[in-house]
Design a protein around this ligand. Sequence first.
Ligand SMILES: C[S@@+](CC[C@H](N)C(=O)[O-])C[C@H]1O[C@@H](n2cnc3c(N)ncnc32)[C@H](O)[C@@H]1O
Length: 173
Amino acid sequence: MAQAAEQSRLERMIARLATQRAVLDAAASLVASIDGPVLEIGLGKGRTYSHLRRLFPDREIWAFDFEVHAPAHSRPPVSRILLGDFRESLLTCWAEIGAPPALVHADIGTESCKADAVLARFVGGAIAQRLAPGGILLGDRDMDCAGLTRLETPAVALPDRIAAWPYFLYRSG
Ligand SMILES: C[S@@+](CC[C@H](N)C(=O)[O-])C[C@H]1O[C@@H](n2cnc3c(N)ncnc32)[C@H](O)[C@@H]1O
């Protein structure tokens, strides 16, 4: 079995994107009967937002980032983009969002897992208190959330010689 560290950046990107698509699809099924908006923490270039938009055509999707890098076709309307540092915006956004989220996707990873760990734990703590009962938090870093149940990552079919990409899922209640 190939190890992630032995892979080229291209292979790691293939693993990441294929995993994100499969895991977002699985998470969407898990929240099909749970009301509430969807949060995209880390809008970036809008790739996963665009997939969430397709999975949840009728739900409000709120996106968070320092700034907008996503093209117009892959981002929410301005009124649903919350700009600023997550460490601030995830504390102040709840009155505006108005309902507990059914699904939260945190795509916050950089090349440094170590540096990401503190932010990931902050995001996990902030979302654990707000997620709708039965709601799902998922992301590319271990968010180590007290109060949420860690779920097994769904199986992801990857091309030959592509190593598995870690993804972390948690359920409220
Ligand atoms: C991995 S990228 C997101 C990729 C995106 N989901 C996509 O599919 O195109 C992570 C994003 O998180 C943002 N980010 C990282 N740390 C942040 C913080 N503390 N506050 C706000 N945005 C942050 C970065 O600006 C970056 O756009």
